[in-house]
Design a protein around this ligand. Structure first.
Ligand SMILES: Nc1ncnc2c1ncn2[C@@H]1O[C@H](COP(=O)(O)OP(=O)(O)O)[C@@H](O)[C@H]1O
Ligand SMILES: [Mg+2]
Length: 342
């Protein structure tokens, strides 16, 4: 059992308040992403969990034991936490194998085969004798992950570990690293400002904004049921409409729409849906709209449209080569929408 439970963390540097009542629970064996813009306090949260920084209030529990609290401050090296920093984490004068074995006792290093096992997990079988400067940036980060995993820590913390890698390489390295973390049964917290990275890798995405935890949920629950407009637009593209609630449905320029729970009390609301929920047709059901522009991405396209009342909305579509600018089309909404009280 190595569940991480953070409750009510507060931290200020001088007069700068950085963390305000942060709660976060990461179940044993799962991968959580802490997602938020630069400067929102993600690294500070990780440093408190690791024991490099003391909180002003709140508690950190690991595997059922308090490691940070009002009268407790377990030293970082006694927390059994593995850390993967952004870049440059390897000892340049030690081989890959010795870097990975650094945190192991001499006996374990010799006898267990653990170094070879974790190198294999991160896709670097046979690299033990290489030196760090003989590796690409992506391979170096793989080694850093193998080194963090090797002593079987209670928890692995990764602070934007892929952000220095090129876009193409980044997706590949992070997919392999997440596979390795899962294969080893690690409990891990990945900090990132990249919503695609958080959504595509984590079991749980915890969204931070200005030192607060705004919402923590599975990627799917977060995308479908964002807690507020900020989360909605941070984790994906949105279509925003004005609406009025009536009988559990939202009346909008796109018609009467089914509202996802929880339905707010009646009155004026802001209605949020995703571009892929808009269905275009040449002359089927739906409200009239005129195509303004189409942006082609290969795998799909975004179609910008104007409704009868002048409102602008964007549809994502796989099959809309016919929807050329100036064309009058029909538009309907598939699925439920989310409403926020104005
Ligand atoms: N040691 C420190 N002293 C003073 N301010 C700090 C210190 N560490 C972080 N901060 C401030 O705390 C805020 C959050 O920083 P950080 O946790 O690094 O955010 P993130 O990792 O989300 O970019 C920033 O405004 C930063 O300037
Ligand atoms: Mg940071």
């Amino acid at each position: 059992m190595s569940e991480l439970v953070v409750t009510g963390l507060y931290k200020s540097f001088g007069t700068t308040v950085v963390l305000t009542g942060i709660d976060l629970t990461v179940p044993s064996g799962s991968l959580a992403a802490v997602l938020g813009p630069s400067g929102c306090g993600k690294t500070t949260l990780l440093r408190i969990v690791a024991g490099f920084e003391r909180a002003d209030g709140g508690r950190v529990e690991l595997a059922g034991c308090t490691v940070s609290g009002p009268s407790v401050d377990v030293a970082p090296e006694r927390r059994r936490i593995g850390i993967v920093p952004q870049e440059g984490a390897l000892f340049p004068h030690l081989s890959v194998g010795r870097n990975v074995g650094y945190g192991l006792s001499r006996g374990t290093r010799r006898s267990s085969g653990r170094v070879a096992e974790v190198l294999d997990l991160v896709g670097l079988r046979g690299y033990a004798e290489r030196m760090p400067h003989e590796l690409s940036g992506g391979q170096q980060q793989r080694v850093a992950v193998a080194r963090a995993l090797a002593p079987r820590p209670s928890l692995i913390l990764l602070d934007e570990p892929f952000s220095a890698l090129d876009t193409g390489l980044r997706a590949e390295v992070r997919a392999d690293v997440c596979t390795a973390l899962r294969a080893d049964g690690a409990t891990a917290v990945l900090v990132t400002h990249d919503q695609e990275e958080a959504m595509s890798t984590a079991d749980l995405v915890a969204v931070m904004r200005a030192g607060r935890m705004v919402q923590a949920a599975s990627p799917r629950a977060l995308y479908l049921g964002p807690a507020d407009l900020g989360v909605a637009s941070f984790v994906g593209d949105t279509v925003l409409l004005e609406g009025t609630l009536s009988g559990g449905r939202a009346l909008t320029a796109l018609g009467s729409l089914a509202v996802r729970d929880p339905v707010p009390a009646g009155g004026a609301v802001r209605v949020v849906l995703r571009p892929e929920q808009l269905v275009l047709s040449a002359n089927g059901d739906g409200v009239p709209a005129r195509v303004r522009e189409q942006v082609f991405f290969g795998h799909d396209a975004l179609v910008h449209l104007e409704l009868g009342d002048g409102a602008l909305v964007t549809a994502r579509s796989l099959d809309c080569a016919w929807a050329l600018p100036g064309l009058d089309v029909r538009l309907r909404v598939r699925g439920e929408v989310t409403c926020f009280t104005r």
